[in-house]
Design a protein around this ligand. Structure first.
Ligand code: HEM
Length: 533
C-alpha cells in the first residue's frame, strides 16, 4: 500500500515535473502571455520597419526619377539656349555657379568677370545656374527696347528675393521691388512730386546747411591735420540729408557719432549682398552671428520708420502744418490698394527702408569716388575749382539755378558714374521670344544690363580706364544706350535729381573751401588730408 502510494506520489511528481517541462517548452516556443505581447510587438516592429524600408526605397526611387527628370530638364534648357554664346560651364548641373562663387569670394569685383566675358563673347552672352539662364546684354538697341518698355517686368529672381532679408521683411513691395506694374505705378505716381525739381528747389536750405556742417568738420580736421575718411563722412552727411529732406527729421550724424542708424544701413547692405549671391549662406552656423546682426538692423530701420510715420500721422491729425515732403507722400500711398491697415503700414515701411537703401550708399559712394579721382588728377580739380569760383564766388548759399550752371562739375560727376556706377545694373524678365544682335533668344530668360560693363567697354568709350570728363561735354554726342547709371525707362531711379543736387552741392563745397592732399585708396577708404584755402 505504501509502495503503491509512493509510486502514485512519484507519478504525480513525475507528471508535475512533466507539466513544468512542457510549460517551459511552451513558453519557450509560444511564449507566456507577456512574452506573447513582446512577440507580437516585435512582429509589428518588423512589419513597420519593413514598410518604412519599402517607403524609403520608393522615396529614393522617386527622388532618383525626379533628379533624372531635372537633369533631363536641364539638358532641354541647354539645348534650347546653348546657341547663345557663353563661357564653358563649370558643371552640368550648377552651370557657371562655381566661377561666380570663386569670383565673389576672393574680394574681386564680379563685374570685372562680366566685363571679360562681354569682351570675349560679344554683345549678348549666356550664363547658366542649374535650370536658370541669364543673358547679359550690352547691345544698345536691345537695352533701349527692353528698359524703355513696361512690357518687360523686373525679374522675380532678384527682386522678389529682397522682399525679406534672412526671414525679416525688408524691401517688401516697395518701389524698387514692386513686381506688379499697376501696383508699382500707383506708388510711383504718388512719390514723383516729392522728387521733382520743384520740390527740391524749396529744399536748398537743407542741402546748404548739411554741406556747411561737413565743411565745418573738414575745416576742424584741416586745422588739426587729421586724416578724413571721406567715404565714411559722405555716408553720414548723405544720411543727414535724406532724413531731413525726405522725412523732416533733423539729425547731425557728424556729431552724433554713436548713432546706430548708419551702421544698421551698412549691415543691411552687406546682408543683402550675401543673401542675393549665396542661397546657402544661412545654412552655415559660422554666419549665424552676422545674420542676427542683419536682422536686428532691419528691425531697427523698420521700427524707426514706424515711429516717424506715427509722429507725422499724429501731427496731421492735430492739424499741424507739415512739410509736403517724401514722408507725406509715403503716407498718401496708404489706402490706394485694397489693403488692410496693417498691410498699408507695412507698405509704407517698405518704402521708408527702400529710400534709405537706394539713396544713401549710392550717393555717398559716388562722392567718395569723385574725390578719389580729383585727388589723383590735379588738372581736373583745378578746372572744377575755377568753375566753382566763377559761378559761386564767395556766396554762402547756393541756389538751385547755380547748380545748373556748373556744367564741368556735372561732367566730372557723370564721368565718375561711368567708371564707378554705384548701382551697377538692373535686370528684366523676357516673357516673349526676342532677337538680340541677330541671335534669337527664346522666351523665359532674365536679361541683365550692366552699366559697369558698358562704361568700361572700349567699343563705347575710347580708353575706358582714363578718367576724362570731356566725354560728357555738352557738345559731344550723348552715349547711345550704353550709359545708364540711374537705369532707364519707367523703372529708372526716382532719386536721380535728388542725387544730382546732393552731389553737385557737396562737391562744390569741398572744392571751394579746401585744398586736398589726397591719399586715395579704392572704396571704402578714400582718405584725405585737407588744407584751408
Ligand atoms: C548716385 C546716386 C544714385 C544712383 C547711381 C542710383 C541708381 C539707381 C538705379 C540703377 C536704379 C534702378 C534699380 C533697379 O532697377 O533695380 C534706381 C532706382 C531707384 N532709386 Fe536710385 N540711385 C541713386 C540715388 C538715389 C536716391 C538719392 C534716391 C532717393 C532718395 C533713390 C531712390 C531710388 C528709388 C526709389 C528707385 C526705384 C525706382 C522705381 O522702380 O520706381 N536713388 N536707382
Amino acid at each position: 500500500m505504501s509502495e503503491f502510494r509512493l509510486a502514485r506520489e512519484r507519478g504525480i511528481v513525475l507528471r508535475v515535473t512533466k507539466f513544468r517541462l512542457k510549460s517551459r517548452l511552451h513558453t519557450l516556443l509560444v511564449g507566456s502571455p507577456r512574452a506573447s505581447i513582446v512577440y507580437s510587438n516585435m512582429a509589428l516592429f518588423h512589419l513597420i520597419a519593413g514598410w518604412i524600408g519599402y517607403v524609403l526605397m520608393c522615396l529614393l526611387g522617386l527622388m532618383l526619377i525626379v533628379f533624372l527628370c531635372f537633369c533631363l530638364y536641364i539638358k532641354y534648357i541647354h539645348l534650347k539656349y546653348d546657341h547663345i554664346p557663353g563661357p564653358p560651364r563649370d558643371s552640368f548641373i550648377f552651370g557657371h555657379s562655381a566661377t561666380i562663387m570663386r569670383e565673389t569670394s576672393n574680394g574681386r569685383v564680379i563685374h570685372d568677370k562680366f566685363l571679360e566675358w562681354s569682351e570675349t563673347y560679344g554683345p549678348v552672352y549666356r550664363i547658366n545656374g542649374m535650370h536658370i539662364v541669364m543673358v547679359f546684354v550690352t547691345c544698345p538697341d536691345t537695352t533701349k527696347e527692353v528698359l524703355m518698355s513696361p512690357k518687360y517686368p523686373k525679374d522675380s529672381l532678384v527682386y522678389k528675393g529682397l522682399f525679406n532679408l534672412f526671414g525679416q521683411r525688408f524691401l517688401g513691395s516697395g518701389l524698387i521691388t514692386a513686381h506688379n506694374h499697376d501696383a508699382w505705378y500707383k506708388q510711383r505716381r504718388i512719390m514723383d512730386p516729392a522728387f521733382s525739381s520743384l520740390y527740391l528747389r524749396g529744399q536748398m536750405g537743407a542741402f546748404n546747411e548739411r554741406a556747411e556742417r561737413l565743411m565745418d568738420k573738414l575745416a576742424d580736421m584741416a586745422d588739426t591735420n587729421t586724416a578724413a575718411n571721406m567715404h565714411q563722412m559722405f555716408n553720414l552727411v548723405t544720411l543727414d540729408v535724406i532724413t531731413k529732406v525726405a522725412f523732416g527729421v533733423d539729425v547731425d550724424l557728424l556729431k552724433e557719432s554713436d548713432s546706430p542708424f548708419p551702421k544698421a544701413i551698412e549691415m543691411c547692405l552687406k546682408g543683402m549682398v550675401h543673401y542675393v549671391r549665396d542661397s546657402t549662406f544661412q545654412l552655415y552656423p559660422k554666419n549665424k552671428k552676422f545674420i542676427n546682426e542683419v536682422k536686428e538692423s532691419v528691425q531697427l530701420l523698420r521700427s524707426t520708420g514706424r515711429r516717424w510715420i506715427n509722429e507725422r500721422k499724429m501731427a496731421i491729425q492735430n492739424g499741424e502744418d507739415v512739410p509736403k515732403d517724401i514722408l507725406t507722400q509715403i503716407l498718401k500711398t496708404a489706402g490706394k490698394e485694397e489693403n488692410t491697415e496693417n498691410e498699408d503700414e507695412e507698405l509704407m515701411l517698405d518704402n521708408f527702408v527702400t529710400l534709405f537703401v537706394a539713396g544713401q550708399e549710392t550717393t555717398a559712394n559716388q562722392l567718395a569716388f569723385a574725390v578719389m579721382e580729383l585727388g589723383r588728377l590735379p588738372e581736373i580739380l583745378a578746372n572744377v575749382k575755377q568753375e566753382v569760383d566763377d559761378v559761386i564766388g564767395m556766396k554762402q548759399e547756393i541756389s538751385f539755378d547755380d547748380l545748373g550752371k556748373m556744367t564741368y562739375l556735372s561732367q566730372v560727376l557723370k564721368e565718375t558714374l561711368r567708371l564707378y556706377p554705384t548701382a551697377p545694373g538692373t535686370s528684366r524678365f523676357i516673357p516673349n521670344d526676342i532677337t538680340i544682335n541677330g541671335i534669337p533668344i527664346p522666351a523665359g530668360v532674365t536679361c541683365f544690363f550692366n552699366s559697369y560693363v558698358c562704361g568700361r567697354l572700349d567699343k563705347f568709350f575710347e580708353e575706358p580706364l582714363k578718367f576724362d570728363p570731356e566725354r560728357f561735354h555738352p557738345d559731344t554726342a550723348k552715349p547711345y544706350y550704353c550709359y545708364y547709371p540711374f537705369a532707364l525707362g519707367p523703372r529708372s531711379c526716382l532719386g536721380q535729381s535728388f542725387a544730382q543736387v546732393r552731389h553737385t552741392h557737396s562737391s562744390r563745397h569741398v572744392d571751394t573751401h579746401t585744398h586736398t592732399h589726397t591719399r586715395s585708396h579704392p572704396i571704402p577708404s578714400v582718405v584725405c588730408r585737407w588744407r584751408r584755402r
